[in-house]
Design a binder for this molecule. Structure first.
Ligand code: ATP
Length: 445
């Protein structure tokens, strides 16, 4: 950044929320009905950011590896799945109700409850004793709403990976160690959805379950933790905003040997965006027991029969998008007292790779031809209306890394001006070199 510019990072979530809603990145679901708590819609810019993040994850975790296979399972599984996994009995948070205002809170987050609006003579809530509240969302299959037809929307994407383990291993002809990965929606009836998309009731996870021999669990745990931290750095999250936090022994699930959270520093504090867990052989053993099937494997050389141990990496797509937006947001003071809001998103993740901005509508025809050419490869935006400074600002706010201006010299010299978002420097680039210019800076970045 030039010496005469100073910059303010994001301090208040409201500023980011307002930008996201105003620009249609992310906005309340069913907005015209007043929204629905814990559900969010991703607009034209948001869906591109999310898709770019998911495809980079898929590329790194699945496609680049010979030892990982992909899956896209159904959201609703056989209800026994959730009995075997322990969710029906144990996937709950302690909650309390206020007898006066009738609102419900998580018993371990009462500091966020605020004053009671309904009690006379006191602002304190009148809480009930804590009770356990199951977080799984229920639905009914078929015409009758009796207990036999109850099913659950999945609370995590990994369970179908365990139930599909045997078939996928066989069809993919994989040997241990190998992994199965899936990206998809998960649902939790969170008591207090909050902090924008951070805690939602419907969200997306990208999960990898890596199956290995028990003697190699530590090696693979270290491997995947390292890979995942590297991924977050690669997508542009600043070093100072990322840390790892090993779980204390009393935080570990009873079957887990080791767990580390990857945390991001949000304006509301350090919070988990991804968990790396050693789940032991809990899942395969339980599903084996409940389904009455042997989910163990036999080592072709030693003939040892064993149930593989699972190292899991589980990242929230929505939480990572939110982290990317928080990290990218800055308000910059420019010379002359002007300010600009900019999203410094990594060029490969930015929703729009480049904007084509002809200086005048009279130049629309050749500018549109360039737009069409680049559109075959990238998400490129075309805008020929209004003042060029204002058009640049709109793109800065959307996080577009490059603005390409077609001006009155362009028809003569076959060059365009490319303005880079962060430095705001401009350079002339030959029209026939624009594609390679973008490929280098967007795809290969
Ligand atoms: P938390 O303690 O914050 O509720 P968790 O430990 O229950 O999270 P996991 O079950 O390990 O989370 O899920 C893995 C990832 O899924 C989390 O790191 C997070 O990114 C994402 N995730 C979990 N719950 C939610 C939610 N309610 N909204 C958005 N993302 C979520």
């Amino acid at each position: 950044m030039a010496a005469d510019r100073s910059e303010q990072p994001l301090e208040r979530m409201e500023d980011l929320v307002s930008l996201c809603v105003r620009r249609g990145y992310i906005f309340p679901s069913s907005e015209i009905y007043g929204g629905i708590n814990g559900f969010w819609d991703y607009g034209p810019l948001g869906v591109e950011l999310k898709n770019n993040l998911k495809s980079r994850w898929w590329q790194r975790v699945v496609r680049e590896r010979d030892d990982v296979e992909g899956l896209d399972s159904s959201i609703i599984s056989h209800p026994r799945t959730w009995e075997a996994s322990g969710h029906v009995d144990h996937f709950s948070d302690p909650m309390v109700d206020c007898r006066a205002c009738k609102r419900r809170f998580r018993a371990d987050q009462l500091e966020d409850a605020g004053p009671c609006p309904s009690r006379e003579g006191s602002a304190e809530h009148d809480f009930t004793e804590p009770r356990h509240f199951n977080l799984m969302l229920k639905t009914w299959i078929g015409a009758s709403e009796d207990a036999a037809a109850v099913a659950y929307l999945r609370a995590e994407t990994c369970q179908p990976i365990f139930t599909g383990f045997k078939r996928i291993r066989e069809v993919a002809r994989q040997k241990i160690p190998f992994g199965i990965a899936q990206i998809g929606k998960a649902f939790r009836n969170e008591i207090n959805p909050r902090n924008f998309t951070f805690r939602s009731r419907e969200f997306e996870q990208a999960e990898l379950e890596y199956f290995c021999h028990p003697s190699e669990r530590e090696k693979w745990f270290a491997h995947w933790l390292d890979e995942r931290v590297r991924f977050h750095r690669e997508i542009g999250i600043a070093e100072r905003s990322l840390r790892t936090r090993p779980h204390e022994p009393d935080e570990l699930a009873h079957y887990a040997k080791q767990a580390v959270d990857i945390e991001f520093r949000f304006p509301f504090g350090w919070q988990e965006i991804e968990g790396v867990h050693d789940r032991g052989d809990w899942d395969l053993s339980r599903h084996g027991e409940y389904a009455g099937k042997d989910l163990g494997v036999t080592d072709p050389e030693t003939k040892e029969h064993f149930v593989p141990v699972v190292v899991e990496t589980s990242v929230g797509i929505d939480r990572t998008c939110l982290a990317l937006l928080c990290d990218a947001y800055a308000v910059e003071s420019l010379e002359g007292g002007e300010t600009r809001t900019v999203l410094r998103l990594h060029p490969a993740l930015a929703p729009v790779s480049a904007a084509i901005l002809p200086l005048s509508k009279k130049l629309a025809e050749p500018a549109r031809a360039l737009h069409r050419e680049l559109q075959r490869r990238w998400n490129v935006f075309y805008d020929d209306a209004g003042n060029i400074g204002r058009r640049y600002r709109r793109q800065d706010e959307a996080g577009t890394p490059f603005c390409i201006t077609y001006d009155f010299d362009s028809p003569q010299d076959d060059r365009v001006t490319v303005r880079e978002r962060d430095s705001m420097t401009q350079e002339r680039v030959a029209l026939d070199a624009v594609s390679s210019y973008l490929r280098e800076r967007v795809e290969d970045a």
